[in-house]
Ligand binder design. Sequence first.
Ligand code: ADP
Ligand code: ASP
Ligand code: MG
Length: 465
Amino acid sequence: MKFGGTSVGDGSRIMHVAELAKEHKDSGNEVVLVTSALNGVTDLLLKNAKEASETGKTSTIKEFIADLTKQHHQAAHDAVTGRKANRIAEIVTKELDLRIEELEKALIGICYLGELTVRSIDYISSYGERLAAPIVCGSLNSLGVRSRSFTGGEAGIITSDDYGNARPLEISYSLIKERIEPMLKDSIPVITGFIGESEAGIVTTLGRGGSDFSASIIGAALKADEIWLWKEVHGILTTDPRIVPEARTIPVISYIEAMELSYFGAKVLHPRTIEPAIKHGIPVRVKNTFDPSSPGTIIVKDLKQSKDIVKAVTVIKKVALINISGAWMVGTIGVAARVFTTLANAGVNIIMISQGSSEANISLVVDESHLDKAAKAIKAEFKNGIIKDVVQDKNICVVAVVGAGMANTPGVAGRVFGALGKARVNVIMISQGSSQHNISFAVNEDDATKAVQVLHKEFGLDGEK
Ligand code: ADP
Ligand code: ASP
Ligand code: MG
């Protein structure tokens, strides 16, 4: 069971989380608890690390550390109950203080050095989860449940050293089994989400929102019956509820659909969450911490063809379009290969590709933060003139409609673009993977919300059709 940041937002919520875990343990299950940082703490850690490197102001850091300490001390007190409450809170507070002291030293170091490397960003941002885990553990203890807390690395999550987006190495699966399985019978181990450790023992992170991924890695290693992700929404919804408040919970969805949804921007799952679960065919459930009896969404391997053609609509923001054109590109073999190799070497993440059969242009959508290096690399590679023009546009969003039922159903693209046309949304670029599980297209940023709303309605996802 993984609990997200909102679910462990403060002491009383942590108490509720501990009660939920205990309830499932008492009814005969073995439970591992994976915790996120308290709501908003990761953002604050990143913000303060950045400021420390830019301004070098130690006074700001001291203030931040004081607030962080107060917040976590308060949570530690509110998360415990019973006869031993005070004693447990005291032990937890001591542990928190030790960790916060390390964090403070690191941040002050950054102030003096004026330098923030990817490695130090991972180190600093790992503290959110490292401060949450002892509190959750204390809360379980106060309910009479045996528990110990582990960092991701201590639990066995060993990763590559791609800081900020580390990949778990295969050895993790056997290590986790070896270290965690023996504890399951008579305790609930609490493991920090989001973070791992490189082979050299340096803290790494699995990318923002990575606690989902941690839970899935741990679930797969232990061959769990199910992996549960507890959040503050009722499950995976037909679209982002902040864009369409009528969005509904999807009761059952396939691995492939859930993967496509998360790749195409549905923030509800870390994009790699499903991979470890697929390996062992473990169902993943997304449930609401604040309404535990509601069934949520279950993500499963095989899904009988459902009547819903389109399951959900997603949007990726903060992307940019690059259009590469030149008459010489027509019939010149290897241009696309050179474009992609150049971008790969420059470390650019490509989200969407399209080339018309006239071959006079290739359009790409990339992460907005990669736009400058992408354009620079392409211009440098094609100095000789095959490519005449490299046009960039930053104000772009990618919208995707996702659903396995689209495969072999004629007319879906017609409905998508017909509805957009009627709503006067201009489509800049289109792409459909041959898996036919999604149709994605780029629109101007200002049109994105409207596009999502129109398609959500068109496919009856609000329950109207
Ligand atoms: P947690 O950190 O608790 O695991 P997240 O904040 O990462 O949870 O994910 C849940 C949030 O994702 C929701 O609050 C919602 O705003 C957003 N979201 C975006 N798209 C969807 C979707 N299709 N279904 C559910 N939630 C979505
Ligand atoms: N705390 C981390 C983040 O905010 C990981 C997570 O919550 O899943 O990105
Ligand atoms: Mg998340």
